[in-house]
Design a protein around this ligand. Sequence first.
Ligand SMILES: [Zn+2]
Ligand SMILES: [Zn+2]
Length: 362
Amino acid sequence: MGRIIVGCWDCQYCGTCRISGDLRECPNCGRPRDENVTFYIADPANYAKDPDKVSREADWVCAYCDSLNPASQTICQSCGAARDKETQDYFQNKSRREQQEAERARQKQEADAAAGKAAKNSAGRAAKNASGDSYSPPKRKRVRFLVLAILAAVIALIVFLGIPRQKTLEIASCGWERTVEVQLYTEMEESSWELPDGAYDITRRSEIYGYESVFDHYETRTRQVAEQVFDGYDTSVSYRDLGNGHFEEIENRTPRYRTEYHSETYQEPIYRQEPIYRTKYYYLIMRWITDHYETTTGEDSEPYFAAVEVSSVCREGAKTESYWIVDAEGKTYKAEYEIWKNLSAGQKIRAKVQLGKILEIE
Ligand SMILES: [Zn+2]
Ligand SMILES: [Zn+2]
C-alpha cells in the first residue's frame, strides 16, 4: 500500500480553487462538492497525516441533489435522500460526463465541417462567376495532360512506322551479295586436363589443378564478451485517484542493467592451402578452322556463291546472302530471294513494305 496524498477540488459556484480533498463543503460559500467536481493533485508531498482513517472507496452522487457523499454514508448528507440503485459513484459519473463531452465535440466538428464546405462552395461559385465562366484547369493537371499527350504521340509514331503499307516502286536497279566461309583442316597446339580423341604427339605434365584447405593446428586467441549485469532499480511514481479527494501514491520499480565486458580465450582452427596436382596434357590435334570468307556481289539477276575447291583439308562453312532493289528516288529496299528473283530494273511494282523491306508484291 502506497502513501496517501490529500488532493484538491474547485468550487463550481463561487470559484474557490484548491479546496482540500478532505473537505466536503466549500469553506467560502458552504455548498457541498457535486457531480461536476474533478479531483486533482496540487502538491504531491501533501501526505495524509492519518492515512488509516482515509477511505479507499469513491464518493457517490446523490440522485436528488447531485452532491457527493462519502462511501461510508448511506444517506445524503445534504438532503437526506437514501443511496439507492440509481446512484453512481464518482468514477461512473466522471466517465458519463466525459462521454457527453466527446459527443458534443463530435457534433461541433460535424457542424463546423458542414459550414466550411458550404462556405467553400459559395466561394468557388463566386470565383467562377468573376472569371466570366471561362473555367481553367489547375496547372498541375495541365502539365500531366501534356506529358500524356507527348507519350501517346511517340507510341503512335512507332506503331505508324511499323505498319506494313502499300507502295508503288519504280525499280532503278537490283543487287545481291553472297558470302561463303572457307575452312581449312589445320594442326593445332592445345592443352587440357582431359585427353580428346584424335590427339597426337602427347606430353604429360603434373601441374597444380587447384587448392584445398587442410587443418594445420589450433591457435589460442582471446576475445571480448559482453554481459548484462543487474545494476539496481529505476523508480518512478504514479498516482491512483481514489475518487474521494485523496490519491494513492504508487511506486514503480524497473530493473536496470549495465553492460560489462570480459575477455575469454578460445581455440581458433588454422588451415593451410595445399595444392592439388593433376596430369595436364599437351598435344597436337587436327581442327577445322575458319580461314577466310569469299564474297561475291552483282547487279544482275544471276547470284552465285564463290566456288570453293573442296578437298580433304578444305571445305565450305556457313553461307549468308542478301538481296535488294534501289528505286527511282535512290532508296534501297531489301527482299527475300523468292521475291527478289521476280524483279528487274525498269519494272514498276505495287509492293507491301515494312521498315525498308519488301514483304510481298502484287
Ligand atoms: Zn464555494
Ligand atoms: Zn442529496
